[in-house]
Write a new protein. Structure first.
Length: 193
């Protein structure tokens, strides 16, 4: 039987972050499948520079770190100090990570174009607002990854239309190749050619 739960891929720290996430009552955590996918994609970018928009409590962050080699660097951005504090506490001793407490929309606007090998967009900012600015940060051969493309319990009315519009937009982009994954929370993965 193929176990595609992602449980084999996530790092040991996952359960502690999960415990702290529940304690905090943070209700938008990434799941293990997201973690497994991100870990594999991060591993494909040795010496990579990676960006996560929406640290949350650090579940996906931990998986990105687990996939990265020792020369790779991860910048992770969140606007909420309280949730990001969990990630800072549990993952902050890793010298490859830097935390930004900032509005992701502003952050991406100020970054150098084509300076990241992977952008994981897990906040409204950079996915539904400022998408072109987020895409501009991706290097040739680099990934733009959007999750939660399948209906989620916490979606507001009409969110499905936003998700479908995002996928259609990415699929039509010149200079990119895009695929979707109807698995886990649902993903769109675009690669700059
Ligand atoms: C879906 S959660 C991220 C989950 C996280 N990746 C994980 O592994 O559990 C979305 C996060 O985006 C953050 N966020 C919302 N608006 C933001 C903004 N404008 N800029 C940066 N972060 C934002 C929220 O505080 C929240 O932590």
């Amino acid at each position: 039987m193929l176990d595609d739960s992602g449980a084999q891929a996530v790092p040991h720290i996952w359960s502690e972050i999960e415990r702290r996430t529940a304690e905090l009552g943070f209700d938008k955590p990434s799941d293990m499948r997201t973690g497994a996918l991100l870990k594999a994609l991060a591993a494909s970018k040795p010496h990579g520079r990676l960006l996560e928009l929406g640290t949350g409590t650090g579940l996906a962050t931990a998986c990105l770190l687990a996939g990265m080699d020792s020369a790779s660097l991860l910048v992770t951005v969140d606007i909420d100090a309280q949730v990001q504090a969990v990630a800072r506490e549990l993952l902050g001793s890793d010298s490859r990570i830097s935390f930004e407490l900032a509005d992701g929309r502003e952050f991406i606007r100020t970054q150098q174009h084509q300076s990241f090998d992977l952008v994981f967009a897990d906040a409204w900012a950079g996915k539904y607002d400022g998408l072109d600015d987020a895409l501009a940060l991706v290097r040739h051969g680099g990934f733009f990854i959007g999750d939660d493309m399948l209906p989620q319990a916490n979606w507001q009315e009409h969110h499905q239309e936003h998700a479908e519009k995002l996928v259609t937009y990415l699929e039509g982009l010149q200079g990119w190749t895009t695929m979707t994954l109807s698995w886990g929370s649902g993903f769109v993965v675009s690669v700059r050619l």
